[in-house]
Design a protein around this ligand. Sequence first.
Ligand code: ADP
Length: 161
Amino acid sequence: MTTEPTTLDSTLVLIKPDAVQRGLVGTILTRLEARGLLIRAIRSFVFTDELVREHYAHLAGRSFFPDVAAFMKSGMTVAVWVSGVDAVDVVRGMVGATNAREAMPGTIRGDLAVSTQRNLIHASDAPDSAKAELARFFPDGPSAPADPAAVRAAYSQAEAA
Ligand code: ADP
């Protein structure tokens, strides 16, 4: 078995139904890849009620939850396993503020969206939630071990030891 650098961690990205409908799947994947992050697995699916309740449990009591649930079930979602050094923070930084109107230019939401709800993308907010969310959407783990050559191309030896 290949041993991965211990500094490499992973996060979950969901490309939401609005992004799929607007034809932005490729753009979002390109931005992740162009940054140097490693895409380790991809799958598409449609959210069920149960999955929305599990994934957005922290929003269960909020008045807008039924609307979010309807939106998330409205079409296909693309789940992506993304790895990199400090991947959770790096990807959250690329995603931008929840309200896309307040998201900084240069972020995915700040460049491509104008809505709080239809904000294109979900990314795990902490290493613990990343672990739980990756297990939820990719129970069999990533499709392949991290390619050592790809890791070496993106990071110095010291960064990805
Ligand atoms: P984030 O996706 O930035 O981590 P949250 O976890 O707080 O944000 O919210 C999850 C998702 O619920 C948001 O991405 C957005 O689609 C939706 N949402 C959050 N707040 C609102 C709101 N006030 N009105 C409508 N939808 C919201």
